[in-house]
Ligand binder design. Structure first.
Ligand code: SF4
Length: 414
């Protein structure tokens, strides 16, 4: 092997693993650079409120992924009670037949069943198993033949390094998205407050509700000043280099309930960051890092923290008062439907209000983003309008550079 390669700090480009709540979002994630997508079927998966996939959808997702060099992972991550096993055997066989690469599960009984009746499926242990030490990882490998250890979101960077260095199979770590304020998978807030079992797909996100604060019978909060106990989202862009140097094989984005726009923005942001870090062996300037942070932040609309990577999450990681959309600086304006290279006219499906004079950025899979001004707009009847404000309507306007169907347009707030 040549000396330059031997001295590299980052020996392998990690997989970028993205979430999808439906087929359209799975395709968007793959288009924008996900190496693998994880999704939930209609049964046996958490996030039962996410629009889950039928077996036909899973087959279609596998076909699309395989034609783009990507993989599909399926969450089978309920904590099963006896009655939950009905139909599971057939389900696992169907996933294997559909071309799914891996299941993600937190149950040793589901692991054993999958290994026995669907041996082509890789088994990845879910983050709900709270793997925070090497002994636990080794036990799962020895006893349950897991093919990948998904690390607990509660690991700090030192623990990620140590476990990954000793682990005989791949490790996977979270890099972006919602965090549980309680240790993932060990929370019964929703069970107790709504009778919806968080570990069987029913979490009502009770930690994000607005609460009053009492000291004995004296109410300390006001109606205008209620508080939540939800965690900030994780945004680990600053730690990607460390995770890559540690040899983590897969970097996972959370968010099966998030929108197409969120998936495209966050996947695209991390895709560019990971590729640049890999190409430069981790050595990128602060200016380039700021650029990538800016791109990732455009898709996020909650407050963020680094999770536990820089130590135990403390008070600074809690959102005590949630004001939604307080950090959004770009709006999802629409999606390109078609583009005429000769006239430079694009047909666009509207999502949010587009006005003449808007400064707009196009997100294009595999390319760097580019910007333009909307100088005129015509509706589908060919009439000039100043403002397109009906979601899902079609309009045309000029885009001075080449765009393609499915490219995403977002507004830039100067
Ligand atoms: S209530 Fe909050 S902390 Fe508990 S499982 Fe749901 S999201 Fe996680």
């Amino acid at each position: 092997m040549n000396k330059k390669l031997l001295n590299k700090k980052i020996s392998k480009r990690p997989e970028l693993l993205a979430p999808a709540g439906d087929l359209a979002r799975a395709k968007v994630a793959i288009d924008y650079g996900a190496d693998a997508v994880y999704l939930g079927g209609m049964s046996f998966s958490l996030r039962s409120r996410a629009s889950n996939f039928t077996m036909d959808d899973i087959r279609e997702a596998c076909k699309y992924a395989s034609s783009h060099g990507s993989n599909i992972h399926v969450t089978v991550n309920i904590i099963p009670h006896n009655e939950d096993f009905e139909g599971l055997e057939q389900y696992l066989k169907d996933l294997e037949d559909a071309g799914v690469t891996a299941i993600i599960t937190a149950s040793v009984s589901i692991m054993a069943l999958a290994k026995r009746i669907a041996p082509k499926l890789e088994v990845h242990c879910s983050t709900q198993m709270s793997i925070t030490n090497s002994a636990a990882a080794q036990l799962l490998i020895d006893e349950n033949q897991v093919d990948r250890v998904v690390l607990s979101r509660e690991c700090n960077m030192g623990e990620v390094r140590q476990i990954t260095a000793k682990c005989p199979v791949e490790t996977e770590a979270f890099i972006h998205g919602g965090m549980c304020v309680n240790i993932s998978g060990r929370c019964t807030l929703s069970n107790r407050m709504t009778l919806r079992d968080a570990n069987r797909g029913g979490c009502a996100q009770s930690c994000r509700w607005q609460y009053h604060l009492y000291e004995k019978n004296h109410r300390l909060s006001t109606d205008a000043d209620m508080f939540t106990i939800g965690s900030k989202d994780m945004m680990a862009a600053y730690y990607i280099r460390d995770l890559m140097e540690a040899g983590v094989a897969s970097l996972k984005i959370e968010g099966r309930m998030k929108s197409e726009y969120y998936v495209a923005s966050i996947v695209s942001g991390y895709r560019h960051l990971i590729d640049e870090l890999y190409d430069c062996d981790g050595e990128i300037s602060q200016e380039r890092m700021n650029y990538h942070l800016g791109e990732i932040n455009k898709g996020e609309n909650r407050e963020v923290c680094a999770g536990c990577y820089n130590g135990r999450a403390g008070q600074e990681s809690i959102i005590f008062h949630e004001y939604s959309n307080n950090t959004v600086n770009h709006d999802f304006l629409g999606t390109v439907v078609s583009y005429d290279k000769d006239t430079h006219i694009a047909r666009v499906q509207v999502r949010n209000v587009i006005t003449t004079g808007d400064r707009v950025e196009a997100l294009m899979p595999g390319k760097l983003n580019d910007e333009f001004d909307v100088t005129w707009i015509k509706n589908d009847e060919g009439e000039s309008i100043d403002r397109a404000n009906r979601p899902m309507d079609f309009v045309t306007f000029e885009i001075p550079f080449e765009v393609s169907p499915k490219d995403i347009l977002r507004k830039i707030h100067e």
